[in-house]
Design a protein. Structure first.
Length: 418
């Protein structure tokens, strides 16, 4: 019953958020994405949802495909409690919702894309990608020498994890955990700190990031009225989305998106486990772009806004995972190291991009594609109101996924040898 109620909360809370944005101008100014993120953070930290115990966390690290029967067996052996079973089911619900919402949102948001405009950004996006990778590697390596010998054993392994997660994403983090033989406690603590610091990073970018970066970097090269997602969180884009003339065509768009989703999943089953997410994201992005070239799909109204609704669900779910109750065994040095890795690489990214005259939006979306992975690209694009940076940002994230494991393992091995 609790799982059903939680699922209903995740799926339908965005309706309330959008209603408040429509009803109250001051709420609309904050933005639906930011409010959704805040709701998720509150939900994850007020203590009403159980968190998994250390043993179950370690078990799932080793057995990521565990099911309810496996967990019940652990309960029968008195290794975990029934509270852990509830926490496990919440974990599976969140994982399912995150996967479904993002894998449907990306093609929906791409259906309205204007492919002709992408060539205007290709060169600078590539430069920004190289700068972003350089910034992450440089700051993580510098942080290793700063924090080495300060109570954190095998820091070189943590450095490898950070390179992987901040050039690719969580799949790279999990893969490098196995490649570098990182103990479960270090992995769990690193992932927990990453979620918390990532929440502050995302919050900064969604609120004042664009204004701050405009002080140092050029504005987006395409005229504002051509890229702005006008009143994204308010009345105009979402209002009337359930009317017959809008809703029925949207059902067709959803069917196409589900078909693309299915193709991505099928192709991912034919690849090694560590490449699954790469294949899925690459497939749905490519097919979403190709579908946008079909006039009958490209002309369907409200596809972008439908995708944004799914992004709101995703935002609430992922923010609710940042649970400060998991901070048992706080390691200040590790927390500081991860903070330096995230915000230090962002600052270095801005400094170098200023030299190359890369605009603020491209800088932000490149950083997000690397630090937070492709699923967060539409979140930031929606928050700053620029749909044209979605494809470049996803492309950056895909490249990060592809090279994250190699780069993380290489850097960790080199640091260990020093």
């Amino acid at each position: 019953m609790i799982i059903i109620l939680l699922a209903v909360f995740y799926i339908f809370t965005p309706l309330l958020i959008l209603h408040l944005c429509h009803r109250f101008p001051f709420v609309n100014k904050l933005g639906a994405v930011i409010i959704a993120y805040a709701v998720g953070l509150i939900l994850g930290n007020i203590g009403i949802l159980p968190s998994m115990g250390t043993y179950l966390n370690e078990y799932l690290t080793i057995n990521p495909n565990a099911n309810n029967e496996d967990i019940k067996a652990l309960i029968a052996d008195d290794l975990i409690t029934r509270k852990d079973l509830l926490a496990f089911n919440i974990y599976k619900l969140r994982d399912t919702l995150m996967s479904i919402t993002i894998l449907l949102a990306i093609p929906l948001m791409l259906f309205s894309a204007n492919v002709k405009e992408w060539k205007k950004m290709a060169g600078k996006t590539f430069i920004s990608l190289i700068v972003g990778l350089f910034s992450v590697v440089t700051v993580v390596v510098a942080g290793y020498f700063i924090f080495r010998g300060k109570g954190m054993p095998n820091l070189w392994k943590v450095s490898g994890l950070l390179i992987g997660v901040y050039t690719g994403g969580t799949p790279n983090l999990a893969a490098l955990k196995m490649m570098l033989d990182v103990d479960a406690n270090t992995y769990i603590l690193t992932h927990t700190y990453d979620l918390i610091i990532g929440a502050f990073y995302i919050a900064f970018l969604m609120t004042v990031g664009q204004k701050v970066f405009h002080r140092f970097l050029p504005k987006f090269p395409i005229p504002l009225d051509e890229v702005k997602i006008k009143d994204l969180d308010g009345k105009d884009p979402f209002w009337g989305i359930l009317r017959r003339e809008k809703f029925y065509p949207l059902l067709k768009a959803y069917l196409v998106a589900i078909g693309i989703f299915a193709i991505g999943i099928i192709l991912s089953m034919l690849t090694p486990g560590n490449l699954t997410m790469v294949v899925v994201i690459l497939t749905i992005t490519t097919l979403g772009i190709l579908a946008s070239l079909i006039p009958v799909i490209n002309r369907i109204d409200k596809t972008f806004e439908s995708g944004m609704y799914l992004i709101l669900i995703f935002s609430i779910v992922v923010a609710s995972m940042a649970d400060v109750r998991n901070f048992a065994g706080l390691t200040p040095g590790l927390f500081a190291y991860i903070t330096v890795a995230v915000f230090g690489s962002l600052i270095l990214n801005v400094i170098i991009n200023k030299i190359f005259k890369i605009d603020a939006d491209t800088t932000m979306i490149t950083s997000v594609g690397l630090i937070c992975s492709p699923p967060f690209v539409p979140v930031i694009a929606g928050a700053i109101g620029n749909r044209h940076i979605i494809v470049p940002g996803i492309t950056v994230g895909i490249i990060g996924y592809a090279i994250g494991n190699y780069l993380g393992f290489l850097v960790a091995t080199l640091l260990h040898a020093l």
